[in-house]
Design a protein around this ligand. Structure first.
Ligand SMILES: [Zn+2]
Length: 198
């Protein structure tokens, strides 16, 4: 509670508020994001437990930095304003928490990015994204039918994800998730991690 009160004071002075939850520090700029902190902590704790059960080491310290708005997110990260979040090392930059909650994507976004903080080194981008979307549960909501990217090479699929061309970004995420799921069906999580980077 002290953190939240301190947070309001900081927001009124134009700085980000910061709240600690174990090894997780969440900062936010819009004071209303405080209403989402409980959901963030719940999603984080569940994800961290699941990651450890998969043998993935969650960093001892992780930061979630929620932007004031989509423009602020784009400015801070250099990513498109439509991206929900991006993880670099142990720092997760997200859209305003309230905006993610309104879209119904706050818990899956936290889970997705939690995976990226703990993923084994050396994963190709397409596999990292596919596994993150499987781990988060986003993959189970993907539409059926062809993606149109079935014949794309793995490196071209990674490039499509990195290039963030809006026209085919959604399909690229779906395609990456299907290919990751196929690998998981064969080797399970630990099998995929064992073979990653080889
Ligand atoms: Zn991702």
């Amino acid at each position: 509670m002290l953190g939240l009160l301190l947070g309001s004071a900081l927001v009124s002075s134009g700085l980000a508020a910061q709240v600690r939850h174990g090894g997780l520090v969440v900062s936010y700029v819009d004071a209303r994001d405080a209403e989402q902190l409980a959901a963030v902590f719940r999603a984080w704790d569940a994800a961290a437990g699941d990651l450890r059960r998969l043998g993935l080491p969650v960093p001892a310290r992780v930061r979630i930095e929620a932007a004031l708005n989509a423009a602020g997110f784009a400015q801070r990260t250099g990513e498109a304003a439509g991206i929900a979040a991006i993880t670099r090392g142990a720092t997760i930059s997200t859209q305003r928490l309230g905006a993610l909650a309104a879209r119904g994507t706050l818990p899956v976004t936290i889970r997705h990015e939690a995976f990226h903080t703990a993923q084994p080194p050396g994963l190709p981008r397409w596999l990292a994204e596919g596994l993150a979307r499987t781990f988060s549960g986003e993959g189970s909501r993907d539409p059926a039918g062809v993606t149109g990217l079935e014949t794309l090479s793995e490196s071209a699929l990674s490039a499509a994800l990195a290039g963030r061309q809006p026209a085919r970004l959604t399909q690229a995420y779906v395609e990456a998730t299907r290919r990751a799921a196929a690998k998981l069906r064969v080797g399970g999580w630990k099998g995929v991690f064992r073979n990653a980077g080889k």
